[in-house]
Design a protein around this ligand. Sequence first.
Ligand SMILES: [Zn+2]
Length: 75
Amino acid sequence: MLRILILIAAVWVIYRLFFHKRKTVEPDNKGEKRLSAVRCSFCGIYVDKNDAINDKDLFFCSRDHYLNYKDKKSK
Ligand SMILES: [Zn+2]
């Protein structure tokens, strides 16, 4: 009987640890998304990722800088 109780307690602890970990990861990811700032590849200013113009792994503060950067690169 005691062995069964220990087994149940062990399973519960493992389950709780796993469940707790998964629960704490989610808000962290959301916070990162909300607060992440990216650097404009043209002028170097930091802008919110949601407002930035994204081209592959490059970010730009405005459409003008995105076009300027592309124009500069093609020359
Ligand atoms: Zn810029």
